[in-house]
Design a protein around this ligand. Structure first.
Ligand code: 5AD
Length: 341
């Protein structure tokens, strides 16, 4: 089949074989991006959602081989924000106009179920601000309690859909456990986000096709797809950075297959090539809002030093950036988009 016929089939059926996805990943991007952009417009409109992210702790119990926060990295200075500091930070983000806050950290057991619960309840008192948690694998009871407390969304990327690569890169956990957590989150009614990296060692185009099919099977409401960027203090320091073109193609195919999910243009894509995925189906962008002294230390992958601007100044910059290519900034919370079946 020609690429055009495959694209039309995916749009019609929301389904594809591994071979068909691989063909699109190998093919020319022009029609693929145009088709994804049209679908983005149809299902999500011209609005881009801005999310404030607070990276509140870089302590981590995990040994993810690609990540600069891995437990064994002794070079990194570790920090934790206090619950009060986190809530104050959310207030600042809300005052600056953000309608969603993403609370992200390494897997840090210092923040017990009760501590996170208190943070969620305090944030709910600030106003109508959606809470997305991104704190990794926890017990079912933790996820259940936080949902009751008022958390709206949860991000937990599957990172790679190849169980062998997954288990090799995550010696502390397993692919099975990851999927279990994702299924719990869906079952509990979270707007659930997953995602994966492009360019992990051992990954093939077939793996990327499996990644996209897994997003479809999980029926995620959000999906973050970004290039792998080698970190000098990890065992993967000599690997290559993932391809930005492949990243964009994966975003576009995800839009064709799943239609409705919120797709961020990931920070890793911005950092690695200065490009964004808004032309390929993306409709979301995140901005860090924690104090600059912490941002510098949250080094999952190497990134340029940011300037010391305020949350409001940085928000204005990203608003202008979005307007510069003819899109508008949403003033809604940007909850999950439902499609009537
Ligand atoms: N390069 C790119 N992305 C990375 N992540 C972790 N380490 C790296 C890296 N070296 C991504 C993972 C994780 C998210 C917080 O950051 O997908 O889920």
């Amino acid at each position: 089949m020609e690429d055009k016929a495959i694209i039309e089939k995916i749009i019609r059926s929301s389904n594809a074989s591994i071979e068909e996805i691989v063909q699109l990943l190998e093919g020319d991007e022009k029609l693929l991006f145009e088709s994804a952009d049209k679908l983005r417009s149809k299902y999500c409109g011209e609005e881009v959602h801005l999310r404030a992210i607070i990276e509140f702790s870089n302590h981590c119990r995990c040994d993810c081989q690609y990540c600069g926060l891995q437990r064994l990295n002794e070079k990194i200075k570790r920090y934790r924000m206090s619950p009060n500091e986190i809530v104050q930070n959310v207030k600042e983000a809300h005052d600056a106009g953000y309608k969603t806050v993403v609370l992200q950290s390494g897997e840090d057991s210092y923040y017990t179920r009760e501590i996170i619960s208190d943070i969620i309840r305090d944030i709910k008192k600030i106003g109508d601000i959606a809470i997305t948690l991104s704190v990794g694998e926890r017990d079912y009871e933790d996820y259940a309690q936080w949902k009751k407390d008022g958390a709206d969304r949860f991000l937990l990327k599957h990172e790679t859909a190849d169980p062998n690569i997954y288990d090799m890169l995550h010696p502390h956990s397993s692919f099975e456990r990851r999927l279990q957590c994702l299924r719990w989150l869906k079952e509990l009614g979270y707007q659930t986000g997953s995602g994966f990296m492009i360019g992990l060692p051992g990954q093939s185009l077939e793996t990327i096709a499996m990644d996209i099919l897994l997003l479809s099977e999980l029926d995620v409401e959000m999906a973050g797809i970004g290039p792998f960027i080698p970190h000098p203090d990890t065992g993967l320091n000599h690997e290559n950075t993932g391809s930005s073109l492949l990243t964009l193609k994966a975003v576009a195919i995800t839009r064709l297959m799943l239609k409705r999910p919120h797709l961020p243009t990931t920070t890793a894509l911005e950092v690695s090539t200065g490009t964004n995925a808004f032309c390929a189906g993306a409709n979301v962008i995140m901005r860090k809002v924690e104090p600059h002294r912490y941002r510098r230390l949250y080094e999952i992958y190497p990134k340029p030093e940011g300037s010391e601007k305020t949350i409001l100044e940085e928000r204005r910059e990203v608003v202008d950036y979005i307007k510069s290519f003819g899109r508008v900034v949403s003033d809604s919370r940007g909850d999950a988009i439902e499609i009537k079946k």
